[in-house]
Design a protein around this ligand. Sequence first.
Ligand SMILES: [Zn+2]
Length: 251
Amino acid sequence: MQRTPEAGKYEKEMKVLQQLYGDVMKEEELRKYLEGSNGNVQMMIEQINTTLSNQKTAIQGSMEENKIEQINDNTLKKEDEKVKIGETKPGINLQGYCINMDCLAAKAKLPVWVNIGFGDISFESNKTSFRCPDCGQSTVTSIVKAMIFNSEHSISSSENLTPVKGNHYQCFYPIKAGLSYELKSKKIRQHATSLEDLITRSENAMMSNEIINLVAELQKYLITVVKPPKVKDSARLLEKIKCDYSGDYNQ
Ligand SMILES: [Zn+2]
């Protein structure tokens, strides 16, 4: 079948352009550009790029507007958080709802914070009976959020048995209705267990390839590098012996 010259024209160019811009521009659009530039692909690519970057600026503009909206949203959320009932303390804190008819927090439908502290706890998210910080009754029957504060911890649910671990200053976890959860929390301990451990760690660091290479590099420029403590100490010891005992080590 014989193609009309118009349709076959720029066929190769169209293929290239479709590969380049197929996901952002329609075929007719591309053809229009191509015909407008008399098949000069380079000129066309420049034109398209200009158009696209203008569009991108416009998109970025609207994204920034969205961001501002989000920020406003967050400010609102923070305002909400200000109406906080119950204290949060280091360890596990659970946010939930009280159902005591006489409780002000329950009447206002405000969530309350229950502080659990350090330790292990497991619960079913909508079958709890935690003590309400507002009315003092064990009527916090559902939990919606967990906040773990200044603690090494892990959290797992019946939906996700692999525990999520963390030791950040403050971690929030949404609690889903109808699932059971297991939370473990302990005080953050220092990771260097003893002074010796710390010394070993520093010595290991001094032996690392990075340090050795760095020292070699510095020495190239005639910069004196203080030798690791052990070597230095034995040299100093020798000097001291020489001075105190006139070089006689057997006194
Ligand atoms: Zn209450």
